[in-house]
Design a protein around this ligand. Structure first.
Ligand code: NAD
Ligand code: UFG
Length: 335
């Protein structure tokens, strides 16, 4: 298929680009590089030996989107462009609703005008209402607790409404915790500023860019007292998008899938895996719980397995080893 990948220079987008090119799809990337580097596009071409079209631009630019969809004869859009920092979404909610929600409605308008009728959308486990068990299937109650999460839920609802009355197909993928990097070490997670998430923070401590990790809480109701998450290797996640695209090719209407491994790991287990990968101890201390956190957040993955035929391959050790390789080879990120 001719695919438009929005946000394709970002962490998940760049890995998804590799998986799509390897599966034989033709690719156009649209990114405004607000949280990524232009250099990623060159690396993608080198890594895959394939050509791809890269366009610098914003999904909120309707005429650009419409022209691109038409000129590249796009069959389907994989929509990853978005802002994702939870804290920033609390302090600047309008920026999040404008970029994520208005950005998506503009993209959909462009698709409508250009007659493009298929989309895969990057949602998040953050849309679920936290529960004691912390194990979520696609029908679990939804109640995001911050503007970032609400922007994702709003987009899901917009897509559902649009599909209901139009010949349009949308698959929503709710990612759990994507980590790791391509095994080449050429692309990976390269956040600007202080990382918000555990794995990139750990990687920067291991490489000496930061002094020590703060472990948020040691009194959670979990076996070792630290938070448990469902970490998924970003290359597995990338292949999930290829599976979703194949499902859309057969005609999918509207559907939602969790993408995770179904297996949870605690913060201390992540630290241990990283110590093993890097061969050195990782300095950390315990700190207070982070507001808004929950004890456990893991996916039920039966639906993705049954309907998409999606199975993950990598375990935590491989995720840590690949994240470490990327960090070592790119200590300042992709510049
Ligand atoms: P990222 O920031 O690395 O990638 C997002 C990309 O979108 C960046 O390259 C950025 O420059 C681009 N972008 C942002 N706004 C844009 C706009 N208006 N127009 C064009 N390009 C724009 O983030 P990521 O981790 O790769 O996440 C990709 C998507 O997956 C996001 O929508 C995010 O909300 C979602 N998601 C991420 C996670 C995670 O933990 N990483 C979890 C669940 C969902
Ligand atoms: N943690 C620490 N120290 C840190 C960072 C995180 O102890 O410096 C802990 C957290 O408390 C949590 C675990 O590590 O127990 C994972 O935290 P992350 O920030 O890596 O991931 P979250 O599950 O909190 O959230 C992330 C994204 C959300 C997204 C969610 C599910 O930030 O936007 O994954 O995809 F919705």
């Amino acid at each position: 298929m001719n695919v438009l990948l929005t946000g394709g220079a970002g962490f998940i987008g760049s890995h998804t680009a590799v998986a799509l090119l390897e599966a034989g799809h033709q690719l156009t990337i649209l990114d405004n590089f607000s949280n990524s580097s232009f250099a990623v596009l060159t690396r993608l071409r080198e890594l895959t030996g394939k050509s791809l079209k890269g366009v610098e631009g914003d999904i909120r630019n309707l005429s650009l989107v419409e022209d691109l969809l038409r000129s590249q004869k796009i069959d389907a859009v994989i929509h990853l462009a978005g802002l994702k920092a939870v804290g920033e979404s609390v302090s600047d909610p309008l920026r999040y609703y404008d970029n994520n929600v208005s950005g998506t409605t503009t993209l959909l308008l462009g698709m409508q005008r250009a007659g493009v009728k298929k989309i895969v959308f990057s949602s998040s486990a953050t849309v679920y209402r936290g529960s004691q068990e912390g194990l979520f299937n696609e029908d679990s109650p939804l109640e995001p607790v911050n503007p970032y999460g609400r922007s994702k839920l709003m987009i899901e609802l917009i897509l559902r409404d649009y599909v209901a009355t139009n010949s349009f197909e949308a698959l929503v993928l709710r990612y759990f915790n994507p980590v790791g990097a391509h095994s080449s070490g050429r692309i990976g997670e390269s956040p600007l500023g202080v990382p918000n998430n555990l794995m990139p923070f750990v990687a920067q401590v291991a490489v000496g860019r930061r002094k020590e990790l703060a472990v948020f809480g040691q009194d959670w109701p979990t076996p070792d007292g630290t938070g448990i998450r469902d970490y998924i290797h970003v290359m597995d996640l990338a292949r999930g998008h290829v599976a979703a695209l194949e499902r859309l090719e057969q005609g999918g209407r509207f559907d939602v899938f969790n993408l995770g491994t179904g297996q949870g790991h605690s913060v201390l287990e992540v630290i241990q895996a990283f110590e093993k990968a890097s061969g050195k101890p990782l300095p950390y201390h315990f700190a207070a719980r982070r507001p808004g956190d929950q004890a456990v957040c893991c996916a039920r993955v039966e639906k993705a397995r049954q309907v998409l035929g999606f199975e993950t391959q990598a375990g935590l050790e491989e995720m840590a080893a690949d994240a470490w390789r990327f960090q070592m080879l790119n200590p300042q990120g992709i510049v």
